[in-house]
Design a protein around this ligand. Structure first.
Ligand code: MLT
Length: 377
């Protein structure tokens, strides 16, 4: 098997890198790399070398990677959905309770106390931080992917009622009895807590704004452990000032959130656990090896999922293409009797075909819409 070079753009867990087999060689030279494993490094301004065939994002969000530019250059981008979902879920649960019990504010106050009688000051002042319980309260979860679904299950187990909104299909791990809504604005009317778990896309940007907040219950707590631009922070601040919302718990501390009463912001710790970093790195490494070595695409965010078992005595011709039409039949017709098996798929305009052909089959199909072809085996 050919050797492939793997580069990294952030600190990637050694547990993940150790999964790379002997055909995959780590390199410090990104221009030499056939595959790159990345966490949050912003890749939008990078020029990609011809050698680069795939990028594995060791995490879920892919807003640091120019997906269309990569697709147009024949670079398949993978992410690691679900690999850090338990870590994020646990932090959201902590924030849910911290928010309801005013823990952050209480701790900050307790740390200001001085003198010999702190215990008595504590007893006198604690009434200012009295909170509420989550038992019997309602949480509305926007986005029931791997993270949202796990939060739903845990909230139900903690005695909460769970409402949900999901534009596509809820993740299969969802077991909670969720009251589903087609309209987020309707859902939030019933919720004491609203937690958002969707990717940052043009359609989701600013999804939590003054109009949605106006529909919320007075005193609701909003949680954002996904991406900063899903929420209009100025609208949050205005709603905190009037008391319309009680608190904004977020994992996305930035210049807009610091020092604002009612905003409790952690420094993007959601997926920063040893376990999550390992899980993500392992998944990214395995996805890259499966694609570079075998041509299989699983969990890509810019090309369709297409895979084919290796068939002895065949070589695999793997072609990435771009066209509004599905071109699989054209590949099939070209390889004709040489073809032993084939798999194909489309994702928007981008298509992928794996043709297992007899070893002696001489030619590679060419067409203006083919972006890149690799011959394996
Ligand atoms: C993710 O997208 O997986 C999380 O936000 C954590 C991260 O950005 O690495």
């Amino acid at each position: 098997m050919e050797k492939y070079y793997i580069g990294t753009l952030n600190n990637i867990s050694q547990v993940g890198l150790s999964k790379l087999t002997e055909n995959y060689v780590l390199t410090d030279d990104v221009d030499q790399a056939n595959g790159i494993i990345v966490r949050s490094f912003k890749m939008h301004d990078m020029d990609f070398s011809e050698n680069l065939l795939a990028i594995g994002r060791a995490g879920a969000g892919v807003n640091n990677i120019p997906l269309d530019k990569c697709a147009d250059q024949g670079i398949v981008v993978f992410n690691a959905p679900g690999a850090n979902s338990n870590a994020v879920k646990e932090l959201v649960l902590a924030a849910l309770i911290m928010g309801a019990r005013n823990m952050y504010e209480g701790i900050a106050w307790a740390n200001t106390l001085e003198g010999d009688d702190v215990s008595s000051d504590v007893e006198k002042g604690k009434k200012n931080y009295a909170g509420t319980e989550i038992l019997g309260k309602t949480i509305g979860i926007i986005g029931l992917g791997a993270i949202g679904a796990k939060i739903a299950n845990s909230c139900e187990a903690l005695g909460m009622k769970v409402c949900g909104y999901e534009a596509f299909r809820p993740h299969p791990c969802l077991t909670a009895d969720v009251k589903m809504f087609d309209d987020v604005a309707e859902m939030v009317k019933e919720c004491d807590f609203v937690s958002i778990h969707v990717p940052s896309l043009p359609a989701t940007k600013g999804m939590i704004n003054k109009d949605l907040i106006a529909n919320m219950k007075d005193g609701a707590i909003i949680l954002n452990f996904a991406r900063p631009d899903l929420v209009v922070v100025d609208d949050i601040k205005a709603a905190l000032e009037t008391g319309k919302i009680r608190k904004y718990m977020t994992d996305l501390a930035n210049e807009e959130t610091i020092g604002v009463p009612g905003i409790v912001a952690t420094p993007h710790l959601g997926a920063s656990t040893a376990e999550a970093e390992e899980n993500c790195a392992v998944m990214a490494a395995e996805e890259l090896m499966d694609y570079l070595g075998c041509g299989n695409i699983r969990c890509s965010v810019n090309y369709p999922a297409v895979s084919l078992d290796c068939i002895e005595g065949t070589k695999r011709i793997c072609a990435l293409y771009k066209d509004a039409e599905d071109k699989a039949e054209e590949f099939k017709a070209f390889y004709g009797d040489c073809l032993v098996d084939m798999a194909s798929g489309k994702r928007g305009d981008y298509g992928y075909v794996i043709c297992a052909v007899k070893s002696g089959c001489p030619n590679v199909f060419e067409a203006p819409y083919v972006i890149r072809t690799r011959v394996l085996g």
